[in-house]
Design a protein around this ligand. Structure first.
Ligand code: AMP
Ligand code: MN
Ligand code: MN
Ligand code: MN
Length: 276
């Protein structure tokens, strides 16, 4: 089993990289990519594990801006020391921090005090994401669950939504390619795009040097998977797969438990390993 998309507590996941590794072993995973949002900080902990039973792929999930949409681009098999990649990561860190301060101001205007400090405590680091604010909103009784926190406060166009100056798709793909990696368009059905817009997005992504698309991501129906499989082949892209696991409470699909790729797709990991 291969899982090329998951999150640790270095971004918005619940588990430490070591706990993710142990869960991956329990779930029969042979190859695992850690793809935290805009950071590679969790990877050294994974590489410090000495049993080598699971092949670790260095990954990242970049937040990018494309025509008013926040689009996620995954980098796989990247060189963590690459300067172009490190520069992008630093730029994203800055944007994320500025955004967090703006979100906190908006939440404070809604009556939530000390929002930034509270989100920092929940995150355990300054790489604060909307899910950390969502947890604060739930904890303080402003929303009954994280979905409601996004629906009422943090989702696009809601009370505490902040437009973020994320890097472009071109920059993200460029950095990933410079670092020797492959760029993958994450969860194509999560952006609520029309079919015309989605094909425009894939065309731009491919023009920038993107090589893969997540044909399977988290919970999908068989029809959705077949649809993404044929889109992948139509654009001559390689197919990726991942659970997008954040923790048992947050994620509908556990680590490595996503459906198999359609047989007619070419796996993006074909040069790294042999079995799915
Ligand atoms: P950020 O990168 O800080 O903008 O946060 C995006 C993350 O928020 C995603 O990767 C998901 O983990 C989470 N997320 C997005 N929408 C929702 C939602 N409606 N309910 C719960 N979590 C969400
Ligand atoms: Mn997330
Ligand atoms: Mn994502
Ligand atoms: Mn993700």
């Amino acid at each position: 089993m291969v899982d090329l998309h998951c999150h640790s507590h270095f971004s918005d996941g619940e588990l430490s990289p070591v706990d993710l590794y142990n869960k991956a072993k329990q779930n029969g995973i042979t190859t695992l990519a850690l793809t935290d949002h805009d950071t590679t900080a969790g990877l050294s902990e994974l590489h410090s594990i000495l049993d080598k039973e699971i092949k670790i792929i260095n990954g990242i999930e970049f937040s990018t801006r494309w025509k008013k949409h926040d689009i996620h681009i995954i980098g796989l098999n990247i060189d963590l020391e690459n300067i172009a990649l490190k520069n992008l990561i630093n730029a994203q860190k800055e944007s994320r921090l500025i955004r967090a301060k703006h979100i906190a101001e908006k939440l404070e205007a809604c009556g939530l005090s000390e929002a930034f400090a509270k989100a920092s405590v929940i995150a355990g680091h300054e790489h604060i994401g909307r899910p950390h604010f969502a947890k604060v909103l739930v904890q303080e009784g402003f929303a009954k669950d994280m979905q409601e926190a996004f629906r009422r406060f943090l989702g696009r166009g809601r009370k505490a939504y902040v437009h973020t100056s994320w890097i472009s798709i071109e920059s993200a793909v460029f950095g990933i390619v410079q670092a020797g990696g492959k760029a993958v368009l994450a969860h194509p059905l999560k952006y609520s795009l029309t079919r015309t817009k989605l094909t425009e997005l894939i065309t731009d992504f491919k023009l920038a040097g993107g090589e893969g698309i997540e044909v399977v991501s988290g919970l999908m129906t068989g029809d959705q998977i077949r649809d993404m499989g044929s889109l992948c082949n139509r654009f001559n892209l390689l197919a990726s797969t991942g659970s997008d696991f954040h923790g048992e409470k947050q994620s509908p699909v556990s680590l490595g438990q996503q459906a198999r790729l359609p047989l007619n797709c070419i796996p993006i990991w074909q040069d790294w390993i042999v079995t799915q």
